[in-house]
Ligand binder design. Sequence first.
Ligand code: AMP
Length: 397
Amino acid sequence: MTAFHTLDDAQVAGKRVLVRVDLNVPMDQGRVSDATRLDRILPTLRELSSKGAKVILLAHFGRPRGVDPSQSLAPIAKALAEHLGQPVGFAADCIGPQAKVAVDAMAHGDVLCLENTRFHAGEEKNDPAFVKDLAANGDLFVNDAFSAAHRAHASTEGLAHVLPAFAGRTMQAEIEALSKALEKPDHPVIAVVGGAKVSTKLDLLGNLVSKVDVLVIAGGMANTFLAAKGVHVGKSLCEHDLVGTARDILAKADAARCAIVLPVDVTVAREFKAHAENRITGIDDVRDDEMILDIGPASIKDVAARLAQAKTLVWNGPFGAFELAPFDRGTTGVAQEAGRLAKSGALLAVAGGGDTVSALNHAGVADDFTYVSTAGGAFLEWLEGKPLPGVDALRKH
Ligand code: AMP
């Protein structure tokens, strides 16, 4: 973490601190339905507030085209106040006179949320004039939104170039966990890549085979790899046009001495629905009218044994159609084993990406993992080995 300025380096008392946070939370009928992201930013907000900073929040919500009251941050600021246990003021614009009046009225330690940055086109364009307007309300910039760091927008990247910039505590924890997992990991490193389709994870697989010792390919995407090895997959989800690409990835893994792990047995059904009639079978006996919806018990055991040999785990994507019982058994079985090893200190286990977080919550082990990233796109781009502009802008120059 020495490559970044953190809150340890910042003198914040009496300063106007612009804090980029992730308030892009799921909403249901005007109410926050999952507050995980709000809870994640509390340590930074509490620290800044208790040190006497004026804490000014910047965030986007949704994909508005111009000002759109249905995408206002006002209800989220209200929910945040409840989680923070402290009032959170609100200004109806993130720049201009409304923002200035609200900021000028703040006392030390106050928290103020400015309206959705994406109400201005300059946000996504990273327009220097808009960056300047945002910076007018701050003395320092703190970025605590790793999940938005794959985008070079005004409030995620531009501000870091015009104000003294620091990583917030959540950003710091995220960068530390991710670099421990892939940049300077303890070997052997095992990666699990699951999910529906190979086509969405080609870059990720290509990067991982050159970095990890063991790559477990799971979920629907394993079917394309099984097909590439000549296995009959019946009517399973399978991208037959990508069989050649799957072979290329297998060859690349071979050259990089990365062991590829595919299912040895599977749970198959004739219908894609919860509690569909199903059976467990070896991979060489999937019938024409059957689809693979999960791995089987021998595969769970196989992956568990490999986890027991590993020191580091990176995980994205489920082993099967985990939303549909009983096709959650593979994901839950492996997740519980990984959680047990991580909790005992034997394994550094990092997981992330949309469905993965809900899969680990479903298995009841998210808290046992070393780190679970709530970032979707940014976590995947990091796994793909791509630069994250919001993180790079925080590096010490
Ligand atoms: P992704 O968004 O790529 O991470 O994929 C997650 C989705 O993949 C989940 O909704 C799972 O239900 C789905 N999935 C996982 N395994 C299978 C499978 N064998 N067949 C169909 N869908 C699957």
